[in-house]
Design a protein around this ligand. Structure first.
Ligand code: FDA
Length: 309
């Protein structure tokens, strides 16, 4: 119920300006966001790299419906990739297709992403396409496959375990030797498309991880980002990796900046590769609301501070 409300508010323009003005909301948001600028983000990247963690940087933004803003977002990614190379830090990039103009036209989005991928390829870097609401899943997979067919092998895609279709999507992507980031899914989805119960989502997450992580897929070049903060999912993946002797070159663990820092360090200390998803920029509202929806305790923290003041 609260999750649904927060996910509805994530899309509500009227709520956005109100929430973004609240000091306590801003302070809580910056627990999950590196800062407003690329310079802020680079400080976090260097710090995490020093602790032995890889990073993927996200320049916050989504649901862009004009061409100029979509092109500006692509410019910001090119600047980010140049900066990563110039500073010689360990970071890839992640992005949303609706930020690059998918809602305007697929052609505009492809044009923008092609430019970003060309820049990334020049620097030997990699881009992962985030997955948004299920009304964009087909278009997102189309864009991914179009660019792979054009020869871009430095692009990966996110798959969400809560969608019924993900079993088939993931099988196909594994056979194609793709780079996939597997997460549970963070959007509001109808029951005819997604598991409604958390236990079903969790069971599917374990099933999909095991299905993707096989020696055969690994040989074909498939790579899995196991993107979760759920210790049960992580333990199940590690048990499967040990039992099937999956090479460490075929997977990594991934988590969001600001969530379960001790667990992140534990995974690193256990000798696994871990990458943190680090967002930055001023457009933090929908990203922040999805983080609240994942853990209602975050909302009570904000409300109790608000009323105490
Ligand atoms: P779960 O929600 O069960 O959480 C497990 C535990 O982690 C909780 O008990 C709590 O301790 C902690 N936790 C989780 N979320 C928290 C929060 N917000 N605040 C504080 N503690 C929290 N989704 C999507 O739809 N499209 C995408 O492209 C991506 N991309 C992506 C990249 C990466 C690297 C990650 C890690 C996640 C995503 N997600 C995503 C988000 C994902 O779908 C999911 O909503 C969150 O990861 C939360 O699910 P968990 O797997 O952590 O499990």
């Amino acid at each position: 119920m609260l999750r649904s409300l927060l996910l509805y508010l994530a899309q509500a323009t009227w709520a956005k300006s109100w929430v973004m003005r609240l000091g306590i909301a801003q302070r809580t948001a910056y627990r999950f966001v590196a800062g407003d600028t690329l310079d802020d983000a680079m400080i976090v990247v260097r710090n995490l790299n020093q602790k032995g963690m890889d990073v993927t940087l996200d320049y916050l933004g989504e649901s862009v419906f004009d061409e100029a803003s979509a092109r500006e977002a692509a410019d910001a990614y090119v600047t980010m990739l140049d900066c990563i190379a110039a500073e010689d830090v360990n970071a890839t990039a992640s992005l949303k297709l609706t930020q690059l103009g998918l809602g305007v036209s697929e052609a505009l989005c492809l044009d923008n992403l092609r430019r970003i991928l060309t820049c990334a390829r020049g620097h030997g870097n990699h881009i992962t396409i985030d997955m948004e609401g299920s009304d964009t899943t087909d278009a997102t997979l189309d864009v991914f496959r179009t660019l792979r067919a054009e020869g871009f092998d430095n692009v990966g895609i996110v798959i969400q375990a809560y969608l019924y279709r993900s079993d088939a999507d993931l099988r196909a992507l594994a056979a194609e030797g793709s780079f996939v980031r597997l997460c549970k899914g963070a959007y509001k989805e109808p029951p005819d498309r997604a598991f409604a119960e958390k236990t079903d989502v969790d069971a599917n997450y374990v099933h999909l991880t095991q299905q993707f992580l096989s020696a055969a897929h690994c040989e074909q070049g498939a790579y899995l980002g196991i993107a979760t903060h759920d210790e049960a999912m992580i333990r199940a993946a590690q048990a499967h990796i040990r039992a099937q002797s999956i090479p460490s070159t075929c997977f990594e663990f991934q988590m969001l900046y600001g969530i379960r820092a001790r667990l992140q360090q534990q995974i690193r200390d256990d000798g696994y590769r871990i990458r943190l998803y680090v967002p930055y920029g001023t457009q933090w509202y929908p990203y922040f609301m999805r983080r609240l929806a994942e853990r209602p305790a975050n909302v009570w923290f904000i409300l109790s501070n608000f009323f105490r003041r």
